[in-house]
Write a protein that binds this ligand. Structure first.
Ligand SMILES: Cc1cc2nc3c(=O)[nH]c(=O)nc-3n(C[C@H](O)[C@H](O)[C@H](O)COP(=O)(O)OP(=O)(O)OC[C@H]3O[C@@H](n4cnc5c(N)ncnc54)[C@H](O)[C@@H]3O)c2cc1C
Length: 592
């Protein structure tokens, strides 16, 4: 018998999380992987599992405590002091990858793979599970490189979250929202337009049409490349086979290489009445069933704020509640400020450092009860809403494909760790996109996909970008790449910066949208660009130049001496670079 200290394991990007529930008490006998506590962050709630089996001697935390990786949770009296691997099937050992993992996942014992000896229905070189932007890109690239490819997707439409219920439908609706608000605001410029009449069926139909065009296009691209698409839910049955539940019965597919691209699903706050159609997630919001009079958006991250933007333009009265102390927590505060200022004027309320503790379905609406997320903070009074969107993040689907039967390690959160060549711990099985790491973005998935397909084809490549840009397609847009100032300060990384205010941009003024700002961060020694943050109309498009600059190792002079067409918003990164060099003429900067 020995006493073991059970601590919070690596919980990825969740730096400090609050305990909302204790699931064990002194005297309880617990198993490995049994949930010990539930914690909640601004993104989602999750359960922390036991690393060891034994009897709980003492619980060292209470509800309301904030914990992080390494925090002591409880003391356990144990008979075995070693963590046990997840339950496994048969006895083919999962080989170890020679390369170091790039995912920030805790070191785990690889599961022992299963063996399969039944009938094989289809054989291929490369099998891809999931036809989202990661999966279809990997399949198409592998086919272009001469592989015989099978692409398995559980839904009849290809395209995954991005094309069906993510990037594309949201941007279609955001475009409509932008036109509506621009028309509304033209009255400040002396052009008054009449109130728009919203034909919800037509708007929905147009959005669905955009999705259909793209997903249909993918089916044609797959056919042209002779990629065999199998519709059904896939699960591994061994390191070289998957079983697929198709409408025509179960099929077994044998592969030489596999790419896991099974993506992610919406995260939920436990205990809410999800069977009530008035409680929706981003997928429900994109269905555009109705425009409620009042709408609560839980989660002030990118997805929550994009949905808020759409429903605000369509006439709903929006309240946003966000757990952390700022909207879009990953971005620098100064580039979020103009967005916050604008939506504070348009929305009914924005509650920061606040959580929704209860959501009660009533006949006359959904009653939300709030609580301050910080001790001593203010708590808004309970309020009734016609509709509630829960947008508190996404969780990877790693636990839904029986990865352990292939010997593939899946971390507690559901991520599959990979190295820089996208290899899992099993060298012939790769993972890409949302299922392997944050940030959960389509352009990360497609780029990782190409690397995986090319590595399978024998190319010496790896996924090693200088940066992965992020964009919130809100109004105004918020976009950033490379190092943020917040990160630079936290890590003690030396940097210099310039903020170019769009009030000095002729184009921004001509558009009546001078609230924007373009910020550049550079290395004080080399003057190379190391980060950028842009807020304003079309910030997402403008960011591309700074990403290219960073990827190419460009410095301030490269940006400042590149001639940009006038008057464009694209001048603003050039102006920021000129500020950095002290040569700007479009602003007057007092001499230091
Ligand atoms: C509302 C919303 C807006 C977004 N906007 C943007 C944006 O503007 N820009 C951006 O970059 N990202 C955006 N994202 C995120 C983006 O959609 C994801 O990062 C991207 O889709 C991830 O691609 P993926 O290929 O890894 O996985 P997914 O797109 O999740 O695709 C995975 C596929 O695998 C299938 N699958 C899962 N399990 C199985 C199984 N067992 N068998 C067979 N098939 C399976 C799923 O059905 C799915 O089709 C948004 C997401 C949402 C929800």
């Amino acid at each position: 018998m020995s006493i073991i200290e059970v601590k919070v394991p690596d919980i990825g990007d969740f730096k400090e999380v609050e305990i909302i529930e204790l699931l064990v008490k002194p005297g309880d006998t617990i198993k490995v992987d049994q949930s010990l506590i539930t914690v909640e962050s601004d993104k989602a709630s999750m359960e922390i599992p036991a690393s060891h089996a034994g009897v709980v001697k003492e619980v060292k935390v209470k509800v309301g405590d904030k914990v992080a990786e390494g925090s002591l949770l409880l003391l356990l009296e144990s008979v075995a002091t070693q963590a046990t691997a997840p339950a496994t099937a048969a006895a083919v050992p999962g080989p170890a990858s020679p390369l170091a993992a790039k995912t920030a996942a805790p070191a785990q014992v690889a599961p022992v793979a299963a063996s399969f000896s039944g009938q094989i229905d289809i054989e291929c070189d490369t099998l891809v599970i999931g036809a989202g932007p990661g999966g279809y890109t990997a399949a198409f690239r592998a086919a272009d490189l001469g592989q015989k490819v099978v692409l398995i997707e559980r839904y009849p439409n290809l395209g995954g979250v991005c094309l069906n219920v993510g990037c594309i439908p949201s941007k279609a609706l955001l475009h409509a929202a932008k036109v509506i608000t621009e028309a509304e605001e033209m009255s400040h410029l002396g052009v008054k337009m009449s109130e728009p009449e919203i034909d919800l069926d037509k708007l929905r139909g147009w959005k669905d049409g955009v999705v259909k065009k793209l997903t249909g296009g993918l089916a044609s691209l797959a056919k042209a490349r002779k990629v065999q698409v199998v519709v059904g839910r896939a699960e591994f049955s061994s390191p070289n086979t998957v079983g697929v539940e198709t409408p025509d019965g179960n099929k077994v597919i044998k592969f030489k290489h596999a790419v896991i691209a099974a993506g992610s699903s919406v995260a939920r706050i436990p205990g809410f009445p999800y069977d009530d159609p008035r409680v929706i997630d981003s997928t429900g919001a994109l269905e555009l069933r109705q425009i409620p009079k009042s709408m609560l958006v839980i989660g002030g991250g990118i997805i929550g704020l994009e949905m808020a933007c759409v429903y605000d333009a369509l006439g709903a009265e929006i309240t946003v509640v966000e757990f952390s102390d700022g909207l879009i927590p990953a971005a620098d505060r100064d580039i979020v400020k103009p967005l916050q200022k604008r939506i504070e004027m348009r929305y009914a309320a924005i509650h920061l450092k606040t959580k929704v503790t209860r959501l009660e379905a009533r006949k006359d609406g959904l009653m939300a009860t709030f609580e301050s997320a910080v001790p001593g903070g203010s708590t808004p009074a309970p309020q009734l809403f016609d509709m509630v969107i829960v947008a508190v993040g996404r969780r990877p689907n790693g636990k839904e494909i029986a990865a352990e039967k292939a010997g593939v390690t899946v971390c507690e959160r559901g991520f599959i760790a990979v190295d820089k060549q996208q290899r899992t711990n099993v060298p012939h099985i790769f993972a890409i996109g949302d299922i392997c790491s944050d940030p959960m973005l389509a352009h990360k998935a497609t780029n990782e996909a190409k690397v995986a397909a090319e590595v399978i084809a024998g190319h010496k490549v790896e996924f090693n970008p200088m940066t992965i840009p992020s964009v919130a397609y809100t109004d105004p847009e918020v976009a950033w790449m490379g190092l943020t100032e917040t990160e630079a300060k936290a890590k003690g990384i030396p940097y210099a910066k310039a903020n170019f205010p769009w009030a000095a941009s002729g184009r921004a003024l001509a558009m009546g949208r001078e609230e924007g700002m373009t910020k550049l961060l550079w290395d004080p020694t080399t003057k190379r660009i190391i980060g950028a943050g842009i807020v304003g109309v079309s910030a997402g498009e403008l960011l591309a130049e700074t990403v290219l600059a960073m990827e190419m190792g460009a410095d301030l002079e490269d940006l400042a001496l590149t001639i940009h067409a006038h008057p464009t918003l694209s001048e603003t990164p050039m102006f920021a670079a000129e500020m950095g060099l002290g040569v700007i003429t479009d602003l007057y900067l007092p001499k230091k």
